[in-house]
Design a protein around this ligand. Structure first.
Ligand SMILES: [Ca+2]
Length: 188
């Protein structure tokens, strides 16, 4: 009986946290020098408008983080740059908290974490959530958390996680991101 109880408990614990691959950006590809497990968006033929790189911040030198820098000559257009991945093990009907730690250098808007719930054809977007838009008056030099909640709609086949910044207003600025997590929470 004791063994059964222990098994049940470990099952519950495993189910409450989902597996974001390389969520803390510690595992770096030798070839690309970027964190593995993530894709990185850029405009076709204009990859010089954004730079992704691994960095550390003062006071937290033992933890790698992802820096996204918008070029200083970026045209004022609506495009967002982000690291993304499809997170496995997400279940329809369940609610998840999506969060990240962020710092900023020279940005006008807060970095964001967003989720797209996509159907099995890969074409239909069934659900969307993102952290709140926020104007910045000054740099964020100590880690701050941003978070949002998403309840996964029926029919979701892909749970696409994105972390990054819009280009607009942020030319020359850098977002620093770490610990992108997706945690199942009790539905209310
Ligand atoms: Ca890290």
């Amino acid at each position: 009986m004791k063994l059964l109880l222990a098994l049940l408990c470990s099952t519950v614990a495993a189910a409450s946290t989902t597996n974001v691959n390389n969520s803390g950006f510690e595992d770096i590809s030798e070839r690309t020098r970027l964190p593995v497990g993530w894709g990185y968006t850029s405009l076709p033929g204009q990859s010089d408008l954004v730079e992704y790189k691994v960095t550390t911040v003062p006071g937290d030198e033992n933890s790698k983080a992802l820096a996204i820098t918008v070029s200083s000559d970026h045209p004022d257009q609506r495009v967002a740059y982000n690291a993304f991945q499809d997170v496995p093990g997400i279940e329809s009907g369940k609610t998840y908290k999506v969060s990240a730690r962020v710092q900023t250098r020279g940005l006008e808007t807060m970095p964001m974490v967003a989720v797209q719930c996509i159907d099995q054809t890969g074409k239909k977007y069934l659900g969307f959530a993102r952290t709140p838009e926020r104007k910045l008056q000054q740099d964020i030099k100590e880690w701050q958390s941003v978070e949002t909640m998403v309840t996964v709609p029926a029919g979701t086949a892909k749970f696409r996680l994105r972390a990054g910044i819009p280009a607009q207003g942020n030319a020359g600025g850098t977002a620093i991101l770490d610990d992108i997590t997706v945690i199942e929470v009790e539905s209310k």
